[in-house]
Design a protein around this ligand. Structure first.
Ligand code: FPP
Length: 265
């Protein structure tokens, strides 16, 4: 991707809700409530910036070990967000999906998720995805299991497995090319990827923001996108040679492959 481009797929680890609340002497769930309020302006701004896919890490497979009350608040917030925002998402032509172990969620939350997903499924704008009960290791193990089942049923041969086929077995399969994460943002100053989109973010640019998620403003997103635009992505290759107005000619020309000694020094 050229320097200066808008990232196509941005993924965000919305971290620091609990610490933010505790710093204010409030219960952790207060941070989640405030954090939930940050989702709407960030989605709007992502849409305005021309980002094509936005994936938000709302709940990890590891988060199930949190106190039941905290988990219950997170589900209520998720439900409330979907019920409240569905109209606006639709007006903005935004598609919506959830990735993760949705089967672990309560039937009523699943119903809201399904309704919202279905209602927005015909939209062609920003792809908004919430990762819920999501873990990348779980996703990869599940993919291996699904492929093994296809081999056992004679639908696939082991030698058919390659990087493209692998993507068909991931939760992000429906995103096609857009599944590849360009920019991965994590708030709260922590520098980890925490089991988030490990396959899809293999070549993502990482951006760590000191602000906790409840303090994450639209300006923070713009800063991250501008920072991304200033980076040169090489995907393991070497930079393109800079175009020069005059190709080197004559005696002073640099040979394309200068003869160098391969002696170890
Ligand atoms: C990480 O902060 C955040 C979460 C585990 C939940 C994120 C959820 C929301 C922002 C609200 C959900 C709403 C929608 C609409 C997706 P933490 O609790 O791990 O913070 P800490 O590291 O300070 O403890």
């Amino acid at each position: 991707m050229a320097v200066g481009a808008v990232p196509r797929h941005v993924a965000i680890i919305m971290d620091g809700n609990g610490r933010w609340a505790q710093q204010k002497g409030r219960p952790r769930v207060f941070g989640h409530i405030r954090g939930c309020g940050r989702v709407k302006p960030v989605v709007r701004e992502a849409d305005r910036l021309g980002i094509k896919a936005l994936t938000l890490y709302a709940f990890s497979t590891e988060n199930w070990s949190r106190p039941e009350q905290e988990i219950a608040v997170l589900w209520r917030l998720l439900k409330k967000y979907l019920v409240r925002e569905a109209d606006e998402l639709h007006r903005r032509n935004i598609r919506f999906r959830v990735i993760g172990e949705v089967e672990r969620l309560s039937p009523d939350l699943r119903e809201v998720i399904d309704k919202t997903t279905q209602r927005l499924s015909g939209n062609t704008g920003l792809q908004l995805t919430f990762a819920v009960s999501y873990g990348a290791r779980r996703e990869l193990a599940r993919a291996a299991k699904l492929f093994a089942e296809d081999v056992a049923r004679g639908r696939r041969k082991p030698e058919e497995m390659n990087e493209d086929l692998m993507e068909h077995y991931l939760w992000t399969a429906e995103m096609g090319d857009q599944a590849e994460v360009d920019l991965l943002i994590r708030t709260s100053g922590e520098m980890r990827v925490s089991n988030f989109l490990l396959w899809q973010a293999a070549y993502a640019e990482l951006y760590f923001e000191d602000a906790c998620w409840p303090d994450f403003e639209v300006a923070h997103l713009v800063r991250a996108v501008n920072d991304y635009a200033s980076r040169e992505r090489r995907f393991g290759s070497v930079p393109e040679p800079k175009a020069t107005s005059k190709p080197p000619v004559g005696q002073n020309a640099q040979p394309l492959l200068p003869s160098i000694s391969l002696e170890l020094c």
